[in-house]
Design a protein around this ligand. Sequence first.
Ligand SMILES: Cc1cc2nc3c(=O)[nH]c(=O)nc-3n(C[C@H](O)[C@H](O)[C@H](O)COP(=O)(O)OP(=O)(O)OC[C@H]3O[C@@H](n4cnc5c(N)ncnc54)[C@H](O)[C@@H]3O)c2cc1C
Length: 294
Amino acid sequence: MRENISLAPYTWFRVGGVAQVLFMPKDEADLALFLPQVPSNIPVQILGVASNTLVRDGGVPGVIIRLGPSFGKVEKVGDNMLRVGAACLDNALAKKAAKYGLTGMEFYAGIPGTIGGALRMNAGCYGAETKDILIECIALDRRGQRRIIPVSEMGYRYRHCGADADLIFVEALFQGEHASHENILARMDEITKGREQSQPIKEKTGGSTFKNPNPKMSNGRGAWQVIDAAGGRGFKVGGAQMSTKHCNFMINTGDASAKDLEGLGEKIRDMVRDTQDVELEWEIKRIGIEAKHE
Ligand SMILES: Cc1cc2nc3c(=O)[nH]c(=O)nc-3n(C[C@H](O)[C@H](O)[C@H](O)COP(=O)(O)OP(=O)(O)OC[C@H]3O[C@@H](n4cnc5c(N)ncnc54)[C@H](O)[C@@H]3O)c2cc1C
């Protein structure tokens, strides 16, 4: 447990202020011991690798939890299931599933987050989502109590999880189907190459900034299409820019502040509302407070 730790190096955007307290539990027992000792008026938030999170410049009051390597294990259970720690990277799970000849998890090859983040965001791509392969997950509540939650009780819909916001997922049980190792690797390769071509994956970014709007409101257009139509491609605020490669991705071009990035997102929402009559909803989670003096 450390105090006043800059969170920027822990985020994909590489921006943001300090965490008042950063706690990295050694294991689940350590986390279960810690949680009930935090007074209920102190906020507690969990971060994965912050590939879908913007930390504001004024920092995050209270406690930020980040799970350590002991939460990153993958273990085969029975014939076709994998028990996975919440700090495991999505990509590492895709590789492990391929090794065991299990299909269904290839889509994780292209998502740079952790399994904890995937459980909370119902992460997905190429027509597959976390909810399709999840059997159950294990979470600790704010009092450190262990809960086993079946997928039917996770309240999943597109990029949304309805499970209590204060739950910390520590483990998940996924189910795949048997398939040939070569076919699985070929599919993962296809996904990774597709993303290299269509997304600015080497930049300081946060993935999709906005959820795809309701198709009835946007005439079937995705978020990037309404942003493009509104003139948002390449649009800049300070050091923040909408990617020219994928215009639903924001980029820190080098010296952006979190304020620049959030300001850019809000400006894009205004432009899309004014010109396309579509209301965009943030997919990126924004945490912390704005800086007092700039
Ligand atoms: C280049 C790029 C491409 C991307 N492509 C995709 C894509 O195709 N599809 C897609 O869905 N997403 C995509 N993303 C977004 C992102 O990778 C996913 O949302 C991912 O699931 C976030 O995981 P994370 O560990 O980074 O979570 P964070 O950003 O750290 O956190 C996201 C949310 O999850 C919560 N959370 C994290 N860990 C836990 C836990 N253990 N228990 C409870 N809550 C937790 C956080 O509190 C926060 O609310 C992309 C991002 C980038 C940068």
